[in-house]
Design a protein around this ligand. Structure first.
Ligand code: SAM
Length: 214
């Protein structure tokens, strides 16, 4: 399978026509080997226009959604980033290509371990991960210049807003348990600004400042 060609086709047919413009985001999407973040039986589907299952009934997001959320973060390369919902680790790898350091939290230990193995194999040295309730953020490492939540929340968790640096950006899907819209929050000197973006469907953010597990 010529994965490099499939990646380039993914960028050309799924991302550019839908309005992804940031050249750094397009480059990262064309370079990170997404097929190494999915189960081996699904590698041939890795560059298709869809989300795919991971362990524990969770998902690796559709490439377009990864690109949209990444573009909304406006990364220049110097930022310290927090991601909630490591899942396969693919989004964290994209973020690592575009920032100074990535801290990522996953609530399932086996997903954290699998992602850690992938980061080791692919020699990512600027991604730090842990298992836990990401709705609490990572206070010991705060503040963060950027925060991305890759699971659907009823509202932005207050600890994440608190851990956002001045001038920082938080991107999070908000809505009900099945259907959400991307929300971008900027922390300015005079308060928070909020903009709604693309409609989306994420698995629920489960935790103290998210949904109940039930
Ligand atoms: N970013 C992932 C990737 O690139 O594969 C996709 C994430 S998947 C759509 C959402 C993930 O969020 C799931 O793995 C789920 O277990 C995790 N999750 C849900 N609630 C969480 C929480 N409170 N803290 C950390 N992770 C959480």
């Amino acid at each position: 399978m010529d994965y490099k060609r499939l990646r380039e086709a993914m960028v050309k047919t799924q991302l550019v026509p839908r309005g992804i413009r940031d050249p750094r985001v397009l480059k990262a999407m064309a370079e990170v080997p997404r097929h190494l973040f999915v189960e081996s039986s699904r590698q041939q589907l890795a560059y298709e226009d869809m989300a795919l299952p991971t362990a524990d009934g969770q998902t690796i997001s559709q490439p377009y959604m990864v690109a949209v959320m990444t573009e909304l973060l406006e990364l220049s390369g110097t930022e310290k980033v927090l991601e909630i919902g490591t899942g396969s680790g693919y989004q964290a790898a994209i973020l690592a290509e575009l920032s100074r350091a990535v801290y990522t939290i996953e609530r399932y230990d086996d997903l954290t371990e699998q992602a850690a193995g992938r980061f080791r194999d692919l020699t990512y040295t600027t991604i730090f991960l842990k298992t836990g309730d990401g709705t609490l953020g990572w206070p010991e490492e705060a503040p963060f210049d950027r925060i991305m939540v890759t699971a659907g929340a009823p509202d932005p968790p207050q600890p994440l807003i608190d851990q956002l640096a001045p001038g920082g950006i938080l991107v999070i899907p908000v809505g009900d348990r099945n259907f959400q819209q991307l929300l971008r929050i900027r922390k300015n000197s005079d308060g928070l600004t909020r903009e709604l973006h693309t409609p989306c469907m994420f698995v629920p953010l489960i935790g103290r400042f998210g949904w109940d597990a039930g």
